[in-house]
Ligand binder design. Sequence first.
Ligand SMILES: Cc1cc2nc3c(=O)[nH]c(=O)nc-3n(C[C@H](O)[C@H](O)[C@H](O)COP(=O)(O)O)c2cc1C
Length: 202
Amino acid sequence: MILKPFKRESIIPLPITFISTVSNDGIRNIAPYGCVMPVLRPLDLVCIATAKRRDTLYNIRQTGEFVINLAGTNLCDKVIPTARHSPPEADEFELACLEEKPSVVVKPPGIKGCYAWMECTLDKLFEEPRYILIMGKVVHLEIDDAVYCPDGSLDVERAKPLFMTGSNAAMHYCTVTDTGRSDSFGAMFPDRKDPLERMYRE
Ligand SMILES: Cc1cc2nc3c(=O)[nH]c(=O)nc-3n(C[C@H](O)[C@H](O)[C@H](O)COP(=O)(O)O)c2cc1C
């Protein structure tokens, strides 16, 4: 089957994150974002692809701060309430009946009920005619103890991270499962040693 090139996003399951921001006037905003990617291992940068007309982008430009909230499948009924267009003066925590999790470093609050929170400051905007890439620097990273394994991995069976695939007419909500198999990072290198190993010692 040959697909139209733009359908590339339908065949990559995308994480559904919720980005929370506040305006300079203190209005709280939330929007779901799927085009979110950590930039290499082990940098502290996250790249987000955004359309230009987004209150999220406007708030990030104004304040330089945002939180990427990682959600489980339990929050899939919050996707549409936060994705629908709402006037910039509307408080989207109230609209979507979501509660704040106070942030540690940045002003925008996180969302209670998520399993992890990336508090970010704006590092750089890459502005293109049709899209903008927001480069965020993670300044505080927190995870619910209940979904963090002793080896430093995410317990996906417990967290049930919310993902989506796209059909021609809908977003299909899905999650990931652990195959039970793993390889060490070191296995990629001729000497079997991960050059970044030191950084992961807690
Ligand atoms: C599952 C999902 C993923 C989305 N991902 C993105 C994205 O990566 N980038 C983007 O610009 N818009 C994305 N959107 C659209 C925005 O969430 C939507 O336009 C929202 O109303 C923007 O809110 P804001 O104006 O308050 O920022 C997504 C929507 C959904 C439902």
